[in-house]
Design a protein around this ligand. Sequence first.
Ligand SMILES: [Zn+2]
Ligand SMILES: [Zn+2]
Length: 217
Amino acid sequence: MTFGLPAHPLGRPFPIASLRGAMNRLDPRSPMVFSTLELGRRPGTMQELTRRIEAPEAIGTDVIAVPAGSPLEVGLRLESVLEGVLATGEVRATATGSCVRCLEPVTASVTAPFQELFVHPERVAHHRKTGAVDEQTEEYEVQGDHIDLEPVLVDAVVLALPFQPVCRPDCPGLCSECGARLADDPGHHHELLDPRWSQLTALSSSADADHTQEKRN
Ligand SMILES: [Zn+2]
Ligand SMILES: [Zn+2]
């Protein structure tokens, strides 16, 4: 199991650095921390719950993100298994950003599924001892009677965000000549004259002007 995010083609998901440290300092009052006390340790028991929380910081990229403070609706099923606690569910959120073609604001509803095993500490030690999991691999751990779902939720949301958000699938983007938004002006075009022709046009119009001048005299 690895917990890093894949490189995002349009930018670096920004909240990750803080999460690594947070994994070792679990705060039971954090809205993304869930108690496993009621679930218990008998394999086979299950608990379902929902929780509405606020995104503690923006989740996403420079292009599109769930803004800090906006709601995350978490639907969660906790299952007690031999190794630990299996957390399965989905998180719903609304992301805002800008269209990659025309830069207009974009809003995207995100439904992000997730599933992660939180391993009991003694099982983690056992995995290390038996070599079932190598030293470099970090496992999510049950800490006391709590699991911290924050890194799981953040990963799930980031992966569910559109890589190339567009205001509409057929957004024609911006005019390469003047930068106008083509969707606002479907007939938009520029007369692209060959420079040699434009010189001729200038000559003939000045000739016309001379002609008019002569007539007047
Ligand atoms: Zn657009
Ligand atoms: Zn134009």
